[in-house]
Design a protein around this ligand. Structure first.
Ligand code: MRU
Length: 350
């Protein structure tokens, strides 16, 4: 997409490295406040990931990589081997911040490998690797935007879920990158976004982010999705992923699975867009993915106001698994996998 007007369609940046600190656009406060949270230690980065100040699978990997750089600034070490031992507790704490998105462990594995390869300039090598993880993510998103949009017929409507945009990545977004590209190319006429209860990533983040680009989006209650599909107004559901298994099963924000079921029932296409850093060939199928469960209190209130009587219990899994049989296409920066299964995944990712 060399002729793509990125300046027109990609404004938001959630992660800024100043050379001394990591600044994270605090997504708990959006859309009404655009405040950057300054982290100067790796534990502050881990806490920000856990608290969803920074969120979205690629973004938490990138933030963790910069967290390792902050950890490196805090230690004295004789050489790279000594540094690896001293940094490991900080890496473990970053890794424990959230369990489901594999991008976190992937980014930390890259940082460990960079350190293992490094010589006397191991501090600079870590900083270069964090920068590479960040830069490569933006390039992957732009590539996926072009690949994914080409699957969408001109004049289509799309439905997305959660936030998969610039806010969830180094920039441009995964599923939202496909939507940006599809709108720019005149393939997408209408964008619908589900609210994404309970944290409201769709309502608070996605429609706001699209508004920054001048892209109209229509917000729907999550429970309106099947009714929307029945109306014929959407031809594709386009979502991101937190982990894609060796058989093509995909973990994503809670509610994605029911969208896939409804899409198949209504003959609507279902597209998963994620960089190869989200692919986890070591996990054979979705049953093996750890699904994060968060504080039930997230279900007891809306916008800080309690909506539920005292004493009511709640169950709050924040991801679910879509079986590969319900997925029409997985788009990564390496290409499109149609009807993913073990064989097509192995052919693409070895
Ligand atoms: O809990 P979140 O907001 O981190 O969940 C994010 C999602 O589920 C996204 O769809 C996924 O990480 C892909 S982001 C490009």
């Amino acid at each position: 997409m060399d002729d793509f007007d990125y300046a027109r369609y990609d404004h938001v940046r959630p992660i800024r490295w100043t050379g001394e600190a990591l600044e994270l656009l605090d997504q708990r406060k959006l859309p009404f406040e655009t405040d950057y949270l300054t982290c100067t230690t790796s534990d502050e980065v881990a806490a920000a990931i856990h608290a969803l100040a920074v969120r979205g699978a690629p973004a938490i990997g990138i933030a963790a990589a910069w967290g390792v750089v902050l950890a490196e600034r805090a230690i004295e070490a004789n050489d790279a081997i000594d540094a690896a031992t001293k940094l490991e507790p900080a890496l473990q704490r970053l890794n424990a911040a959230r369990p489901t998105a594999v991008n976190l462990a992937w980014a930390l594995a890259r940082m460990r490998a960079a350190l293992a390869r490094a010589g006397h300039d191991w501090r600079a090598a870590l900083e270069r690797e964090a920068q590479a993880i960040d830069t490569e993510d933006l390039a992957a998103n732009r590539r996926m935007g072009s690949l994914g949009a080409s699957l969408i017929e001109p004049g289509s409507g799309v439905l997305t879920h959660c936030n998969t945009g610039s806010l969830a990545t180094a920039g441009f977004g995964t599923a939202l990158g496909v939507i940006r590209a599809g709108v720019a190319q005149g393939r997408i006429d209408q964008v619908f976004a589900g609210e994404t209860r309970p944290w409201l990533q769709g309502a608070r983040l996605t429609v706001w982010e699209l508004q920054q680009d001048g892209i109209d989006a229509t917000l729907i209650a999550d429970s309106a999705a099947s009714h929307l599909m029945k109306s014929g107004k959407v031809q594709w559901v386009v979502v991101g992923a937190d982990r894609i298994c060796a058989n093509g099963d995909t973990a994503n924000k809670i509610g994605t699975y029911q969208l896939a079921i409804a899409a198949r029932h209504h003959g609507v296409g279902f597209m998963v867009v994620a960089p190869s850093s989200t692919v986890d060939m070591a996990t054979p199928s979705g049953e093996m993915i750890e699904i994060e469960e968060r504080d039930p209190a997230e279900l007891h209130a809306v916008g800080g106001s309690r909506t539920v009587a005292e004493g009511i219990g709640a169950w709050n899994p924040v991801f679910d698994v879509t079986p590969h049989a319900l997925i029409d296409a997985i788009v990564t920066e390496r290409g499109v996998i149609r009807r993913p299964d073990e064989a097509t995944m192995r052919a693409a990712f070895g």
